[in-house]
Design a protein around this ligand. Structure first.
Ligand code: TRP
Length: 438
């Protein structure tokens, strides 16, 4: 047998993981979740969730992947624990489910690239979002986004995507930083900063039943955890790499981009007088569109900004689809193209309700983030903490030159704090889960 591929460089792996992690979750989802869950109080719980749950869970997925060196479902066979394959299966299902509505939002972004070029939204940023986000137009753009995603996965123009991602992450940072700096000059933006930055601790305590699951779900979603992606990526890492340092870099960078989006969105919403609580899934679109309307070269900036967001969304969407496609191709002898096209068609249909009605999109999102992801994460944490145990310790220590204490802290936190916190999230999420908006 030939030796299995590994990432050419360490940076390659980190960038690929960041490329998967940085997407609509940071730019679209984080701001409106913050808006809906009490502002700064949510941010605090989210940051805690990234450190306490996200990071250990990320390392846990890395450990499974590097140990097994194979796809996320077969991994459990390799580790001699067939029954745990269900974790990989939930992850793949979650990816499929998520992509159905992710593509609808991707469609909105395409619409905004085009709308920026024509200046369509400058007159009424708030009204424009309401008009384009649902209905036949939204369905058509959802179809377009899905078609592009399927096309890339089917024909595998990896070069294009890899190069695009290398440009995308720096461009997002530069453009967001620029907008954030501009936001400082806005009259009336001050309240936006207060909303985003000064937490009301009593609000956290009073609303923990909704804030905790929302924040944990957001931490998992934005780190691409629970979808078996990080297991898969880590299956290509070399033995001599320090997983801890990689995990910290990826988590820090990913969180930075979400927080940066908040620095753009909130001052603008407040300056514009949009009620933050009502902003919902349109928050980032409305606020950025407002900003662009006031800036010189607004149209050009808009095309660049939404263009970059589109690339970020596409690169995440492709990896979501790739997980499902590669599983089917490896196990069922279907051709790659046929699989991608068939799955894309099914995904399109499943996404139609989300494109017709925002309540459906919200429901699909809630089921994915508040239910499927925490359950998959709970499985990973239990598996690595209590089933792999000592093996997991050996694996995480490889390439670190020991790290005796830190790795023990990691293992025991998985076994205790992380397990309890994720378990609590699953429980609270189950209580909160609502029926589909039929
Ligand atoms: N993390 C991505 C984002 O923030 C979304 C996402 C979640 C994802 N799970 C994934 C992307 C798996 C690719 C693969 O938008």
């Amino acid at each position: 047998m030939s030796e299995r591929e590994t990432w050419a460089t360490r940076l390659g792996f980190i960038l690929a993981s960041v490329g998967s992690a940085v997407g609509l979750g940071n730019i679209w989802r984080f701001p409106f979740q913050t808006a809906e869950n009490g502002g700064a109080a949510f941010v605090v719980v989210y940051l805690a969730a990234v450190v306490i749950i996200g990071l250990p869970a990320l390392l846990a997925e890395f450990v499974i992947g590097r140990r097994a060196e194979v796809n996320a479902i077969t991994a459990f066979d390799r580790l001699d624990r067939q029954n745990w394959k269900v974790i990989g299966a939930i992850g793949i299902f979650a990816g499929f489910w998520t992509l159905s509505y992710y593509s609808v939002i991707g469609g909105w972004v395409i619409r905004y690239v085009y709308g920026s070029a024509t200046g369509a939204y400058f007159g009424s940023p708030d009204g424009y979002f309401g008009t384009i986000s649902t209905g036949l137009d939204a369905v058509a753009l959802h179809l377009l986004f899905m078609t592009v995603t399927v096309g890339i996965v089917a024909f595998g123009i990896e070069d294009g995507i890899e190069k695009a991602t290398k440009l995308m992450v720096p461009s997002i940072v530069v453009l967001m930083l620029g907008l954030a700096v501009y936001a400082v000059t806005l009259p009336g933006g001050g309240e936006g900063y207060a909303f985003f930055l000064s937490p009301d601790v009593s609000a956290i305590v009073a609303n923990y039943r909704s804030v905790v699951p929302a924040a944990v779900g957001q931490a998992l979603f934005s780190l691409s955890l629970g979808f078996s992606v990080m297991i898969t990526y880590a299956s290509y890492i070399g033995d001599d790499e320090n997983l801890g340092i990689d995990g910290v870099s990826i988590a820090a960078f990913n969180t930075f981009i979400g927080v940066l989006a908040g620095f753009v969105v909130f001052p603008f919403l407040f300056a514009q007088g949009v009620d933050v609580g009502d902003a919902g899934p349109g928050a980032v679109f409305v606020s950025v569109a407002t900003a662009l309307g006031q800036l010189p070269f607004g149209r050009l900036l808009g095309v660049v900004f939404f263009g970059v967001v589109l690339i970020a969304a596409l690169s995440s969407a492709i990896s979501l689809l790739e997980v499902v496609v590669s599983y089917v191709v490896d196990n069922y002898r279907f051709g790659r193209t046929r699989t991608a096209v068939t799955l894309g068609a099914v995904l399109f249909v499943v996404g139609v309700p989300s494109a017709m009605e925002t309540a459906w999109l919200g429901w699909f999102d809630a089921v994915a983030v508040n239910l499927l992801l925490p359950i998959a994460a709970l499985g990973v944490v239990l598996f690595v903490g209590w089933v792999m145990g000592g093996d997991a310790l050996d694996e995480v220590r490889r390439g670190t030159g020991g790290a005796e204490t830190l790795s023990m802290v990691w293992l025991w936190s998985l076994r205790t704090v992380v397990l309890v916190a994720v378990g609590l999230t699953v429980y609270l999420s189950l209580l909160k889960l609502s029926a589909p908006p039929l």
